[in-house]
Design a binder for this molecule. Structure first.
Ligand code: CMC
Length: 389
């Protein structure tokens, strides 16, 4: 079968070609479909960026409006799917609830499962974009025992998600423009990141011609891991532990350097960015402004800034090219918006959804796509005879 290349973690192996996202890890460049992330963060909206990633170009105003309207028309969940949420324990983490409900979409919407039928792929795209934020909000409502609201289709995707998360049936929900804008920005920053762990998972599952719901559900489970999307939640837990224990930041950093109990500086380091993470730069710049407006926890922000300062001047982190990644400051902003820690990775998932969809669609159209099937180096026993007893 020829020579096998050994590359654990795919550090040097390109598993696909792709025209969606460009990253230069040394220069700290990130572009979606050619547009620098800084430009999109400043001028675009999450809805527009989603369109850009999925369809390849920025939409005209009419195209954007049509995309928006189609998504609004599909926000409602099948009533039987709503019943799903009652089956989970009250203290369930919303990520597995989200992945389970997204997986279940393929039982409710059987007319959008064929990966090679353009209309069905389009229906699956719109349904996922419309319903995943609703599922996410219901997973949250379930965890706090509050009633689930019906979507209000006079609102766009981001506004609807906020109202479904924080609104109550008996009271009108007032959108805070600061929160809407901040959430929109964070979703843009998470929208795609080429072949990261969850996206590679979506592609691997999809390479077996699994439907879009099944593939995205798998991606959500990959994202749940604390080394990937789960890092934003882990960062806040880390900051809070430092706050509660009163441990000096320098001492905590010492423990990280000594790899005591495998403790890591969460929100630091990246497989590709070895200079800085351009997303982190944007988040850091806006974190102060947003936290000031929303009244975030100043002490946790102080600890985060101090940690960054100590780490960035320390030989351990310098020599390993470890810099803050996108997750280092996002948790503080989500917290100030009113989201509990458990929801942070769910927010990442909502943001990453258009990227997963775009990558899945690209793969299905790529004539070079083959079923994903890595090789291995066998290290087990040589042939053994079954003992006669
Ligand atoms: N704290 C302390 N040491 C670290 C850290 C960290 N956060 N990250 C890497 N290192 C060390 C690591 O121990 C190794 O040291 P040594 O050479 O002495 O063995 C060296 O740096 C190289 O690290 P690596 O584990 O080989 O790097 P990787 O590319 O395999 O891992 C990573 C990348 C992001 C998984 C890792 O940096 C990490 O675990 N970071 C913390 C979790 C985190 O913040 N994840 C979010 C990533 S960004 C959002 C996303 O897209 O998921």
């Amino acid at each position: 079968t020829g020579a096998v290349t050994y590359d654990p973690g795919f550090v040097n192996t390109a598993a696909t070609s792709s025209a969606i996202t460009y990253i230069d890890g040394d220069k700290g460049i990130l572009r979606y479909r050619g547009y620098p992330i800084e430009e999109l963060a400043e001028h675009s909206s999450f809805l527009e960026v989603s369109y850009l990633l999925i369809y390849g170009n920025l939409p005209t105003p009419a195209e954007l409006d049509a995309f928006d309207q189609r998504i609004r028309r599909h926000t409602m969940l099948h009533e039987d799917l709503k019943g799903f949420f009652g089956g989970f324990p009250r203290d369930a983490h919303p990520m597995p609830v989200l992945s389970s409900a997204v997986s279940a979409l393929s039982t409710f919407y059987q007319d959008s499962l064929d990966p090679f039928d353009d209309e069905q792929v389009e229906m699956a795209t719109i349904r996922l974009m419309a319903k995943m934020p609703v599922i996410a909000a219901y997973a949250y409502k379930k965890s706090i025992g509050q009633p689930m609201l019906y979507p209000d289709n006079s609102m766009n995707l981001v506004e609807n998600y906020l109202r479904l998360s924080f609104g109550l049936p008996a009271e009108p929900y007032e959108l805070d423009p600061v929160v809407v804008k901040a959430l929109d920005l964070l979703l843009i920053l998470h929208a795609d990141h080429e072949q990261n762990c969850s996206t590679s998972t979506v592609r691997l599952v999809g390479s077996a011609n699994a439907n879009m719901f099944a593939s995205v559900s798998a991606g959500i489970n990959a994202l749940f891991g604390p080394l990937h999307g789960g890092a934003n939640e882990a960062v806040l837990n880390m900051l809070r532990q430092i706050q509660d224990s009163g441990e000096p930041v320098e001492k905590f950093v010492e423990r990280v350097k000594n790899k005591e109990d495998g403790v890591k500086l969460m929100g630091f380091g990246h497989r590709v960015y070895k200079n800085y993470d351009p997303r982190a730069k944007i988040v850091k710049a806006t974190a102060h402004e947003i936290l000031e407006k929303l009244g975030g926890n100043d002490e946790l922000l102080e600890i985060a800034m101090r940690l960054e300062e100590v780490a960035l001047t320390d030989e351990y982190f310098i020599s390993r090219k470890l810099y803050p990644n996108v997750d280092f400051y996002t948790g503080l902003i989500y917290k100030a918006m009113g989201f509990p820690e458990k929801m942070f990775t769910v927010l990442f998932a909502i943001g990453r959804l258009p990227g997963w969809i775009a990558q899945w669609r690209e793969m299905m159209k790529d004539p070079e796509t083959k079923i994903g099937r890595p090789r291995q180096l066998y290290t087990g026993e040589p042939e053994r005879m079954y003992p006669s007893r």
